[in-house]
Ligand binder design. Structure first.
Ligand code: NAP
Length: 529
């Protein structure tokens, strides 16, 4: 077993014969994944979770399954169906038919069902959080937060949808030169059709519902392809929509490795929109996809610029939380610190003091730093660390790794020739570059191929605004670490960080098209004053 953070006690979990942890020792009300209301989603005979098609939980005719390895134990925790191409075809056909009927369902009814799904999801936060802990090693408390936040997102989306989708535009023709008022244009919003949703492993539930809820309120149907790590959490979440009573085939969930069924899904002629969150895979999808709207939220290398007049305690707290929460596996994690040389020593002292207090260990015990998602991910992170070591970076802590667990590490005096200066580690390793001028910091930030978020710490709002304008990123946070939420804020990346904008309102608007109906009058009509 791994080293566990000091004062924590291991409770409630016992390793079973196959290396997975069972929950026999948890209190009754907390024994949950695949049991009780969720028993129907598990093929108990083969211990493989089913996929969801035509309103039913099904076993794949492929007879094959995909193993989900627990990042902490590095042993198989769950298995899901490896869906076949024929099954994908069937799902697409059924989703297309279901969408036509759903588009005729009144907005208020769509919203009502979404509110119901949100309540059921929140009610089942513990079993779903349990899956997140096991599949992606997210700390237990954060796992519960992810599910609750997802319920809130669904409800907000329902409310926002009934307002913005209930409004269109009314235009008269005589504002354009040469026209009399003989045409009235009624522009309304209509659904796109079948939306393919592909979330990443790090927020499988939240980033699935951030696609599902806008799609549904806008009158679309959904085909969800969950990430392999996170698939079982997603299947539980989908079951909450099933329990809410959505029409059959409106929501579908096919499982299987992205590398095996991904291309078939993204290039499928039945798909009318793709909403994808993940890494570079998104770039290749956007090259292969047909002429359909794309929403791509991809990687980031979010810079944190610290000026001489910054509140260094505030900056240090945000660097540690922003850079190392969920072991740095967040798209908006602080991924490079650019600090003015004159305050660098003072800042690093504060940051390192906070890093020393982080707990390291398994997610069940709510440790701050938990194992990264896979062995290949841990190897990749190690590669970046070794490259920085060879090229002379200063190690603020000793590099330490056990299995997929990597201890938090700050690398000071990083230079532009090191890979870590540019690449996204997606792990608890944070590089620091000391800069001589603000321009140097902005230049580094803008030379990146990413452009997700950035942040600046200063007490001078005028300087902050100038820096915000200069940073080529979708969002700049002033005096706080980058963050995706609150979920109704617009959220977007420039360059390789994405296409389009998310946030509840923007996602709803992205999942509709504008339809105009023009009334032509025989004679010009003017309002008589
Ligand atoms: P990933 O490897 O790109 O995978 C994302 C999703 O794509 C998974 O569901 C994956 O399924 C699927 N996939 C893989 N190959 C595919 C293919 N050929 N066609 C279609 N789908 C395919 O990313 P990840 O490792 O899960 O997540 C980490 C990355 O996501 C980081 O780069 C992070 O910055 C980014 N991210 C961005 C945001 C944002 O909003 N900007 C938010 C969170 C994360 P399998 O799991 O089955 O391979």
């Amino acid at each position: 077993m791994m080293i566990i953070c000091g004062h924590h006690q291991k409770v409630g979990y016992q390793e079973n014969g196959e290396g997975a942890y069972d929950l026999a020792f948890l209190p009754r009300g907390k024994r949950m994944a695949g049991t009780g209301s969720f028993s129907e989603i598990l093929d108990g005979e083969n211990n493989v979770y089913k996929y969801y098609s035509e309103g039913e939980w099904r076993k794949s005719v492929s007879g094959k399954s995909v193993a989900i390895v627990n990042p902490t134990t590095r042993k198989t925790q769950y298995k899901v169906q490896a869906c076949s191409q024929a099954e994908v075809n069937k799902v697409m056909e059924a989703a297309k038919i279901a969408q036509k009927a759903w588009a005729k369902t009144p907005l208020w009814k769509r919203a009502e069902l979404l509110h119901k799904a949100a309540a059921i999801l929140k009610e089942h936060k513990h079993p779903i959080a349990e899956c997140l802990v096991k599949e992606i090693a997210k700390p237990a408390k954060d796992s519960v937060t992810e599910v609750v936040r997802s319920g809130d997102l669904i409800s907000y989306c329902a409310e926002e949808g009934v307002r913005i989708l209930g409004q269109g535009t009314f235009l008269v023709s005589d504002s354009f030169p040469g026209n009399e008022r003989t045409k009235y244009c009624l522009a309304s919003k209509v659904p796109l059709g079948v939306v393919l949703a592909i979330p990443p492993f790090n927020y499988p539930v939240n980033l699935a519902v951030s696609k599902i809820a806008p799609a549904l309120i806008a009158g679309n149907s959904i085909v969800l392809k969950p990430p392999t790590q996170g698939a079982v959490s997603c299947l539980h979440m989908v079951h909450c929509f099933h329990l809410a009573g959505f029409p059959k085939s409106l929501i579908n969930c096919v499982t299987g490795k992205g590398s095996e069924i991904g291309d078939f899904l993204t290039m499928h002629p039945g798909v009318n929109c793709i909403s994808f969150t993940g890494g570079d895979t998104g770039i290749s999808i956007s090259k292969k996809a047909g002429m359909i709207p794309l929403q791509m939220e991809l990687g980031g290398k979010d810079a944190c610029i610290v000026l001489e007049d910054a509140d260094l305690d505030l900056a240090a707290a945000n660097i540690v939380k922003g850079g190392l929460s969920y072991s740095g596996q967040r798209c908006t994690a602080v991924k490079i610190v650019l600090v003015m040389e004159s305050v660098a020593d003072a800042l690093m002292e504060k940051v390192n003091a906070k890093v020393a207090k982080l707990t390291v260990g398994p997610p069940e015990e709510d440790c701050d730093i938990t194992p990264v998602v896979s062995e290949s991910s841990a190897n990749f992170i190690e590669g970046l660390v070794m490259d920085a070591k060879e090229k002379g970076a200063t190690f603020c802590q000793t590099y330490k790794r056990e299995g997929n667990l990597i201890w938090p590490l700050l690398l000071d005096n990083v230079r532009a020739d090191m890979r870590i200066a540019w690449e996204e580690p997606f792990g608890p390793v944070l590089p620091v570059i000391r800069i001589g001028s603000v321009e140097e910091g902005i230049n580094h930030c803008n030379a990146s191929n990413f452009g997700l978020q950035g942040c600046v710490f200063t007490k001078d709002i005028n300087k902050a605004m100038i820096i915000s304008d200069a940073m080529e990123t979708g969002t700049v946070q002033i005096n706080s670490a980058p963050a995706r939420g609150p979920d109704h804020f617009p959220f977007q990346g420039l360059k390789d960080s994405g296409i389009g904008s998310q946030g509840i309102t923007n996602s709803i608007n992205m999942m509709v098209k504008v339809k105009s109906t023009v009334i032509n009058l025989p004679t010009a009509s003017y309002t008589m004053g």
